[in-house]
Ligand binder design. Structure first.
Ligand code: ATP
Ligand code: MG
Length: 159
């Protein structure tokens, strides 16, 4: 298999609004069977990012509860379904195997996974990784880093 070339990116997000705008832009490159791992400390903004992506993928629910306790929240979206996961409370990959998590790694699903580092062995090789970090003096400043296959033709975010 040919190795895909990658486009690396790093953006400063000065406010929650900018995070939401970045998320909208990033979600344009997603397609069914994609798995997005959202990394970052507690409160970094992974859920803000995930909810904004879900909204722009066409999720219409007014309330998108945290999946911290349920592990997985499922949504209907536009031409796909979205599984928002949070693996924070997991103790290992077995729990996810029992849930049948691999079923979500194929169409019609797009998976957005917070704390995916709890069970990295389960992630498909094609997983897209996004890292959110606090940055600077301002409480609303974040940095987001990641990479996407060049073949997706993503133009990047120009917020
Ligand atoms: N630029 C920003 N981007 C995202 N969130 C921001 C930003 N500035 C401030 N915030 C605030 O930071 C908090 C991020 O919370 P969020 O629940 O998204 O974090 P999380 O990474 O999902 O944490 P957890 O690991 O507990 O799930 C929210 O209260 C949000 O309002
Ligand atoms: Mg969260």
């Amino acid at each position: 298999m040919l190795e895909d070339a990658w486009k690396n990116f790093r953006y400063h997000l000065d406010s929650e609004e900018q995070t939401i705008d970045f998320a909208r832009c990033f979600s344009l490159l997603l397609k069914p069977s994609d798995v997005v791992a959202l990394h970052g400390d507690l409160g970094a903004g992974k859920s803000v990012l995930a909810r904004a992506m879900m909204r722009s993928l066409g999720v219409r629910e007014q309330v998108m509860p945290s999946p911290t306790f349920s592990i997985i929240q499922e949504y209907e979206a536009r031409g796909c379904r979205v599984a928002h996961m949070d693996w924070y409370r997991l103790h290992g990959a077995e729990e996810l195997e029992i849930i049948g998590v691999r079923d979500y790694f194929r169409p019609p699903w797009i998976c957005l996974i917070e704390w995916a580092e709890r069970a990295p062995s389960l992630l498909p090789e094609t997983t897209l990784h996004l890292h959110m970090m606090t940055a600077g003096d301002q409480p609303t400043c974040r940095v987001v880093e990641g990479r996407v296959p060049v073949s997706r033709g993503w133009k990047g975010w120009n917020g």
